[in-house]
Ligand binder design. Sequence first.
Ligand SMILES: Nc1ncnc2c1ncn2[C@@H]1O[C@H](COP(=O)(O)OP(=O)(O)OP(=O)(O)O)[C@@H](O)[C@H]1O
Ligand SMILES: [Mg+2]
Length: 256
Amino acid sequence: MLKIENVSKSFGALIAVNDVSFNLGDTGISGLIGPNGSGKTTLFHLITGFYKLDTGNIHFLDQRINGLPPHIISRKGIVRTFQQTRVLPFLSSLDNLITAAPNQLGENLLPLFFQPSKVALQETQNCEKAESILETLGLLKLKDSPAGDLSYGQQKLLEIGRVLMADPKLIILDEPTAGINPTLIRHLVTILENLRDQSIKIFLIEHNMPLVTELCDKIFVMDSGSLIFSGTPSEVQNNSRVIEAYLGRMADAADA
Ligand SMILES: Nc1ncnc2c1ncn2[C@@H]1O[C@H](COP(=O)(O)OP(=O)(O)OP(=O)(O)O)[C@@H](O)[C@H]1O
Ligand SMILES: [Mg+2]
């Protein structure tokens, strides 16, 4: 599915991602962990075309995608959320989803004038799809509320809803549970497991270790820009290099 080959990215003298290679294979839910500043978000920006690679290649479904702009990568099926939540605060929750639908005929003048019934049909379909996604997310009762009035956690769910409007094959989530309450986290876990059951692949950055080990089938670990380990949750938890680089530091921080 997603294959990363010798990918590097520097900012001036800082090597943010250093010769990283891995293959997601057929894994349902994959996790990317690592200390702050280890290059996780930069790697996600590289995969989704928001940053250009310095070296290396990225393949998705056997096609090279590096060098393509973000909207084309998204059309190929890799759709993402951001570490900072990005909903459209003044639009309703429903409209936030509807505006995330790709290839909207109504945005082009020609179909709008010459195929108005086709445009109307697509708008109805997008509206129905958006309502069904809001229902899955437990947000249907808030469909007319401006997204800015939703709680932070609900906005994060809404962002996932915007991703789902694009019929993704691979969803890339940057810290989806950061700052949301335990009840919503449980809800999110169920949503992600349901998506996996529908054969949608998920690749997420997450600092919540118990959640990562519960949810992920495979975990990739970065430290200082490099991939230092990958394996099953139990392999990662028992690997001395990972414990030293990451889990140990977390334990130190918790003790402080
Ligand atoms: N646009 C940029 N310009 C300059 N330096 C950057 C830029 N983006 C990231 N960096 C630097 O690259 C390194 C990796 O950052 P990145 O955001 O990828 O880390 P991260 O693993 O996502 O961290 P966190 O867990 O805190 O989100 C950091 O030292 C960061 O300061
Ligand atoms: Mg980050």
